[in-house]
Design a protein around this ligand. Structure first.
Ligand code: FES
Length: 209
């Protein structure tokens, strides 16, 4: 399953709490966002700028399922990654205020996982920063022959079964890993990003957090 729509930066969306709690009880149910009222300031909510927080849940970032909470049994093994955002389940705030918060989620055969990767996984699912460490493109492509993420800009490749280490191309470091856990059958966040989120632009200081 792959999200065909190109990931894009967006202001954080606060989703009505009652709808979120209702949606949490129905796996895959879309959770609509409230539209800002006329004249409302468009500044991102500071909570939307925060990277994924412990006890957040992951929601689909794009496509028809955008905003719906992702179940721990979602996705077929070794199929293309999807993009996700973290959401505070208590408030419905989706942390999409910074594109550095975007996450790629994929299911990997546990038999291929490194020990560290297995420790961060839940039910075969692993998650990483979706921003390439080279010059910051979204890691949207999937190499189905070698089972690797592939960046469309300069073809860096990352192995999701082994900490998203760089296995090809010019990327200077692996994708930051996001530890996962099961929260009531949904993909939850078990810890902060491990590793460096952001990217390196030739001739400039590294950008990111
Ligand atoms: S931005 Fe990903 S390989 Fe260059």
């Amino acid at each position: 399953m792959g999200d065909k729509q190109h990931p894009e930066a967006g202001n954080g969306k606060r989703i009505h709490r009652r709808k979120v709690l209702g949606g949490m009880c129905m796996v895959g149910m879309a959770v609509p966002a409230l539209a800002p009222s006329a004249g409302q300031a468009q500044m991102p909510d500071p909570e939307s700028l925060k990277p994924p927080q412990v006890n957040d849940v992951l929601v689909h970032a794009f496509g028809d399922d955008a905003g719906s909470v992702i179940a721990v049994d979602a996705l077929a093994a070794d199929s293309k990654q999807i993009f996700a955002w973290a959401m505070d389940p208590a408030t419905g705030m989706v942390r999409s205020g910074s594109r550095l918060n975007q996450v790629v989620l994929i299911r990997v055969d546990p038999a291929r996982m490194s020990e560290d990767t297995a420790a961060r996984s839940i039910n075969g699912l692993v998650a990483y920063s979706g921003v390439c460490s080279h010059t910051g493109c979204d890691v949207t492509d999937w190499n189905s022959e070698f089972l690797r993420f592939q960046c469309p800009c300069h073809e860096s490749q990352f192995d999701p079964a082994d900490g998203a280490r760089v296995v090809g191309g010019p990327a200077p470091w692996q994708l930051a890993a996001l530890p996962l856990k099961d929260i009531d059958g949904h993909v939850g966040v078990a810890g902060e990003f491990e590793g460096r989120v952001g990217f390196q632009q030739p001739g400039l200081s590294p950008f990111g957090i």
